[in-house]
Design a protein around this ligand. Sequence first.
Ligand SMILES: CC(C)(COP(=O)(O)OP(=O)(O)OC[C@H]1O[C@@H](n2cnc3c(N)ncnc32)[C@H](O)[C@@H]1OP(=O)(O)O)[C@@H](O)C(=O)NCCC(=O)NCCS
Length: 186
Amino acid sequence: MTASAIEIRHYDNRDAAELRPLLLQVYAEIYAKAAENDPFAAPDRFAQSLNGWSARPGWSCTVGYDEDGQAVGYAYGAPLPEDARWWGGLLTKVPADVVTETGTRTYALSELMVREPWRKTGTARRLHDALLATRTEERATLLVDQTHPKVHALYESWGWQTLGDLRPRLEGAPLFHAMLLGLPQN
Ligand SMILES: CC(C)(COP(=O)(O)OP(=O)(O)OC[C@H]1O[C@@H](n2cnc3c(N)ncnc32)[C@H](O)[C@@H]1OP(=O)(O)O)[C@@H](O)C(=O)NCCC(=O)NCCS
């Protein structure tokens, strides 16, 4: 399996309803094991979260397809609104201007996942890069579970910097590293 054989397609809010079953199916497969003992990873909770994210203005999504047209993974996110709840759970003290949102300043990368056969092929990086390449925001943010240090290290190797600790104000939410990445200004 090579990443170059993967075709990446871009989607936005208008495609969300049609895309939804596919996104749910891929999630259920990838998070099946995690969901066994972590209610935060439950498919139902994810379905709710997807509804919220895909309804946000500016939501965008990249999906990778193999030569047979099978989805191999995806990434999605949306800009943070002015009154973003995103930073509400930040536990690390940072200057106020770091977490000031304007609605056009920060793109939040909410999900990135790749089905197992396509891991370590560069597909995840391609989905990530393609998603961010079309954005006009000055920076991106993501949250990575602190019990997944290898994923944290992976993002660092892609240029992301750690801002601090963050626990979303949602029931059962784990402790995350909040990360930031500067985006090229087009
Ligand atoms: C994150 C992901 C897209 C990266 O894909 P990739 O660039 O091909 O990189 P890898 O799959 O090799 O992952 C890098 C390392 O992180 C580990 N890792 C990946 N996802 C992990 C998870 N959910 N929990 C714990 N460790 C994880 C991998 O085992 C790997 O470690 P290794 O080098 O010792 O084998 C892919 O691993 C994935 O889909 N993971 C499950 C979903 C996920 O956790 N998404 C990230 C949410 S922030």
